[in-house]
Design a protein around this ligand. Sequence first.
Ligand code: SF4
Length: 210
Amino acid sequence: MELREKACEILRRLRREYPSPKVALNFNTPFELLVATILSAQTTDVHVNKVTENLFKKYRSVKDYADTPIENLQKDVSSVNFYKTKARNIQGTARMIIEKFHSEVPKTMDDLISLPGVARKTANIVLSNVYGIDEGIAVDTHVKRVSYRLGLTKNEDPVRSERDLMAITPREEWGNLSHLLIFHGRKICQAKKPKHQECVLYDICPSNKI
Ligand code: SF4
């Protein structure tokens, strides 16, 4: 099966398995999704949602994050990995958004990745889930692993995986593809013990015996 055809078939089957794929992080505003995504590096979405439940009640605006003493913000996110760096990045991002972007989360890849702690993955998540802009594909640990196992890319580096996936899927599917591979990676194609026998992609997956 040619790669594009295979990618379409994978999308078709995964859409049937996971009919309403969406980002698992809770948020009410574009800035809240940015905060949640920064916090989610090396931390589960479930845990981030627990932390942001209180955080979002306490910090109501971008200015609240920009103005608070950094120690307070660090304390409020202290249960996530690398909380000190993440808190500094969140505050730096808030200040830059106020100073350079009129307090609005920017809508372009270049502007987003100019913010502290924001790389392509985070930018893609915000662009796709807040603004409906498919500029690229958010490649997290699940997308990276599952797409590699399926043979959709030969690269394990996220930037190269993203480029490979973009080349074989229609642009309007980029957001969906990321969500679907994440859902599948969490439920079936898990890192340590992939459930090959329960997988709807078994017959077209080159890694179905590892
Ligand atoms: S067959 Fe196995 S390795 Fe391939 S996608 Fe399914 S669970 Fe993952």
